[in-house]
Design a protein around this ligand. Sequence first.
Ligand code: CMC
Length: 388
Amino acid sequence: TGMTTLDPGFSNTASCSSKITYIDGDAGILRYRGYPIEDLAVGATFLEVAYLVIYGELPGPDQLKDFSDKLRENADIPADMGTLIDAMPRNGHPMALMASAVNTLAAYYDDSVDPGDEDQVELATIRLLAKLPTIAARIYRNSIGEKPISPDSSLDYVDNFIRMTFGDTHADSELGDLFNQAVGMLLVLHADHELNCSTATVRVVGSSKADIYASVASGLNALSGPSHGGANQAVLEMLEQIRDSGISIEDFLERVKAREMRLMGFGHRVYKNFDPRSKEIKVLASQILDRDDNPDELFALALKLEAAALADPYFTERKLYPNVDFYTGVIYRTMGFPNNMFTALFAIGRLPGWVAHYREQLHDPAFRIARPRQHYVGASERRLPGLE
Ligand code: CMC
């Protein structure tokens, strides 16, 4: 162990080679399979991007139809599983409920749990992608005391998720199309981000040859924390707290600088410049929230908070910029999602990345169980009383 390098949080340790996602954190560049996310955000649907991330190439028309058909066919969850979800605490955090539900998929579908069988892994891939929105929407419906809405196989992936969540109200509203497009774009921007905490978790769990359902359920749990995917909820709660307490932005930032709290939605392990996702999301937020007839108070507050932080050397010296989570919450909120559903949306977006990494790892010639070392700093040998 004298030879091992201590690297807390794995800041400097590459644990695999990967062809999925390229990040240049200093330049603020993010590409999936070589395609810049700025292009994918405007030029590809979430399903096309999911296919790209998982299978390595953009789908042709037939491949896309086949992929989309399979997802539509598999969107329902087993009736028993619906009963199980309904029996869980209805006001429990959706991430806890989602991870639990996904964990049970291995039990419902034990015909697709062998990582050594490519057909089984493919079947599980389709089931996970098809069912996660259905699970998330059911959890949301339960939380508001409404009956679940079954998937509609005539609708595409994102429209179907929104309808299972809100019913037909959003489709009817003036902003319905814009919202659905915005959700699609946000999912695209979340689709992968190389070895973030949840994806690293999926790989670590998968490295023991655990099945893909177990690995993805672990990813959901890793995502739930406020330093990771839970940050989108934490940002909105921070904005609400600033608004409701009447504290000035200057005083709030002083408290952050005194380390009483972190500025949520700021900072990133890899980006030491603008997070390119955050730039896209800010533009989207202004399209939706800056309409003359509908100025959004929390968005305005977020803009002021960002400007004040970026004008303060504490943040610039540490290269702290808004990350992907800074502006998503204000958008989701306007669409009618409650704060505690934001991270579930992140999860639906990130699922293709988790699946792609799990699958890539299975074919990696360097595949080995993940087993980091440690530096032991505990007691040296000592004896039980009476046995000295
Ligand atoms: N507010 C205030 N100070 C911060 C923040 C922040 N959000 N983030 C980092 N710092 C400071 C930190 O105190 C430290 O300062 P010093 O060197 O004086 O001690 C320095 O910046 C480096 O921080 P770190 O904790 O070593 O950085 P890290 O790479 O380990 O952490 C992070 C990355 C994302 C966990 C962190 O920036 C953070 O907690 N951000 C707030 C939560 C958040 O928005 N998370 C979402 C991340 S983006 C995508 C996602 O995963 O969801």
